[in-house]
Design a protein around this ligand. Structure first.
Ligand code: FES
Length: 274
């Protein structure tokens, strides 16, 4: 496409100091495939999570103490009996407010401001730019220096909240070791919920902010052996941050879907113990 006058001076790729190439890109490979897949993947998750957060059905299996992560913690008097492990400090909620409304916004903000997800949606949704050596369509670039993107700098604080939520997910995993007649039990649901909680920990701890909290601003690692050890572990996890980001989106959906199937009586939970 021909370069518009406004583009010729303002955007990064078309700015004065760059080679004057009229085409938006000279790439001939299918550079649009990764951003397109990203839009599909993120879009599917957002649609699924939104629908499930609002429907208020089949989120708790009383027999085996399975709670879906989308409703955890369930703190409202509107939660079904048995699902409120931390009491019901919040009264009844109208149908248009999800029962997980206290936690869901923070989880969303944690993922929205995540360094990996930024890369993903800046490229795929915002197309800024959509791929290496492909010019972006926007005329101006202010980066993360203004509202709303300046909020990206608060990622570290959303990380702290995500750690608390991971502890709550761990609690949900522990109580899922429950037999129908009380006592200790293990079913396929226990395995699914526990695997999801472990992977959520791996994603949360592999966070770039976590890595900085662990080992940042230290002059001498030798004088801080514990932080150095922690930083080393987090650094290893951090190299898999993208994979963990996608894996946990998948396991969140899988866990919720599984709890929904069992809670609604569509399938029965295969039991290993109890
Ligand atoms: Fe992705 Fe912190 S950088 S969760």
């Amino acid at each position: 496409a021909p370069v518009k006058a406004s583009e010729s001076i303002s955007t990064g790729v078309f700015s004065r100091g760059r080679a004057a190439i009229a085409a938006r890109t000279l790439r001939t490979d299918r550079w649009w495939v990764p951003p397109a897949l990203t839009v599909l993947g993120l879009g599917a998750f957002v649609v699924y999570a939104t629908v499930r957060s609002f429907v208020r059905t089949a989120y708790w299996v009383n027999d085996f103490h399975y709670l879906t992560p989308f409703y955890s913690p369930c703190l409202s008097a509107s939660c079904v009996e048995g699902s409120s492990h931390f009491g019901t400090p919040i009264g009844q909620l109208p149908m248009w407010i999800p029962l997980g409304f206290l936690v869901l916004p923070f989880l969303l903000l944690f993922r929205l401001t995540c360094y990996y997800y930024r890369k993903a949606y800046y490229r795929s949704v915002w197309m800024s730019p959509p791929a290496c050596a492909v010019a972006e369509p926007h005329a101006k670039y202010s980066g993360e220096t203004k509202l709303p993107l300046i909020i990206q700098n608060a990622h570290r604080y959303f990380f702290y909240v995500a750690v608390i939520i991971s502890v709550i997910n761990t609690y949900d995993a522990v109580i899922s070791f429950h037999a129908k007649d009380g006592g200790f039990g293990v079913g396929l649901g226990t395995v699914v919920i526990t695997a999801n909680a472990l992977l959520l920990w791996a994603y949360t701890l592999s966070c770039h902010s976590c890595r900085h909290i662990a080992g940042g601003r230290l002059k001498h690692f030798s004088q801080h052996p514990v932080r150095y050890r922690f930083w080393t572990v987090v650094s290893k996890l951090n190299t898999r941050h993208m994979q963990l980001a996608w894996t946990t989106l998948g396991t969140l959906v899988l866990t919720d879907f599984y709890v929904m199937l069992v809670a609604s009586g569509t399938i029965s939970d295969p039991r290993l113990i109890g």
